[in-house]
Design a protein around this ligand. Structure first.
Ligand SMILES: Nc1ncnc2c1ncn2[C@@H]1O[C@H](COP(=O)(O)OP(=O)(O)OP(=O)(O)O)[C@@H](O)[C@H]1O
Ligand SMILES: [Mg+2]
Length: 246
């Protein structure tokens, strides 16, 4: 792992967010450091995607702060954060379906200030890395689900981020593809990018993450290494519900 200054981190501090009375987040503290892969897990509806929205400027917290490399960036809009090195993927969709696979990546590169030549070069490398080079001239809508997810990650990487937040990027991949995808995630982190990985596939999370943060009902619940989290009774309780434990 290449790293670097410990103040280089993207952090959520004491985050609360409610939507018409529904408390989606009610006390989340999490820090993503450059060069690491941090897993974010929790049951459906726990608040994981909401937290990604907070960390990337797609929504703002009611309470708490978002810090980027020591600067308070709470309330910065998404496009400004994208230019400052914070990139994300979405749980669903958000590709330009009628543009080609290559154009999807190039547009993302151009939007963060790359020249045409740079955008083209970056797109070629990223499509190779994500196993989509042979499909690069097809419309994005023709991609099978697994490749669509990988194109989402390639697009995020085209902004040359320091922090990359991936919301269930491996959903729909088969076992072999998941293994390869895990390797790509590790290689991205090794270049100094902090990667936040949300996935319900615990084997993938355990295999690629240095640390795992568990959210339950909008609260930070547990954080540890894969071994610590694997051995944790609290994790079982988090998924099965505390009331159900014997
Ligand atoms: N814009 C919104 N308006 C209303 N409610 C919202 C909004 N965003 C999130 N919520 C609610 O906040 C809670 C957390 O949702 P969120 O999508 O963050 O969960 P999640 O952990 O990503 O779940 P999943 O694993 O199913 O993707 C849910 O109750 C959801 O309905
Ligand atoms: Mg989600």
């Amino acid at each position: 792992m290449t790293i670097s200054d410990p103040s280089e981190a993207l952090a959520a501090v004491g985050i609360h967010r409610a939507y018409s009375g529904v408390k989606a987040l009610r006390g989340v503290d999490v820090t993503l450091r450059r060069g690491e892969v941090l897993g974010l897990i929790g049951p459906n509806g726990a608040g994981k995607s909401t937290l990604v929205n907070m960390l990337t400027g797609y929504d703002r917290p009611d309470e708490g702060a978002i810090m980027l490399d020591g600067t308070d960036i709470t309330g910065w809009p998404a496009h400004r954060l994208a230019r400052t090195g914070v990139a994300r993927t979405y749980q669903r969709g958000h590709l330009y379906r009628d543009l080609s696979v290559r154009e999807n990546v190039e547009v993302a590169a151009l939007a963060t200030g790359r020249s045409r030549a740079e955008a083209r070069g970056d797109a070629t490398g990223l499509l190779e890395l994500f196993g989509a080079a042979d499909r690069s001239e097809q419309p994005a809508r023709t991609l099978p689900h697994g490749l669509e997810r990988r194109l989402g990650v390639a697009r995020a990487m085209a902004t040359r981020p320091n922090y990359l937040l991936l919301d269930e990027p491996a959903a729909g991949l088969n076992e072999g593809e998941i293994g390869e995808f895990g390797e790509v995630i590790r290689s991205i982190a090794a270049t100094g990018v902090g990667v936040l990985l949300i996935d319900h596939n615990i084997r993938l999370i355990m295999a690629v993450c240095e640390r795992i943060h568990v959210i339950v009902q909008g609260r930070s619940y547990l954080e540890g290494t894969p071994d610590e989290v694997r051995g944790s009774q609290a994790l079982v309780e988090a998924y099965l519900g505390r009331s159900g434990t014997q």
